[in-house]
Design a protein. Structure first.
Length: 99
């Protein structure tokens, strides 16, 4: 089971996106755990995740986030606005599967 963390500024909009991802995964029978948190909470979850999705509005801090992650085996991707803005759980799940 893949453990996915989606971060945004406050964790609110990413909560809706995480819910859409969980719904799409359930529909496909794909096992994953997907949670949403604020960027400020990232360090609390680094040891518990396999994939980190960054909200498109936080793309500018990706380099800083990569430094926080260091050598941990976490796949990191900025979620495209076209997926995030539409809360497209199916497309987000497709993205997760490519990582």
């Amino acid at each position: 089971m893949e453990r996915v963390l989606l971060i945004c500024g406050a964790g609110a909009s990413s909560g809706f996106m995480a819910q859409a991802i969980r719904k799409a995964a359930k529909k496909e029978g794909y096992e994953l755990k997907c949670e949403a948190r604020s960027e400020a909470q990232l360090n609390e979850y680094l040891s518990e995740i396999d994939i980190l999705l960054i909200g498109p509005h936080l793309a500018y801090i990706k380099a800083e986030i990569m430094k926080q992650i260091g050598d941990l085996p976490i796949k990191v991707e900025v979620m495209p606005q076209s997926i995030y803005g539409m809360l497209d759980g199916k497309k987000a799940l497709e993205l997760i599967k490519t990582l």
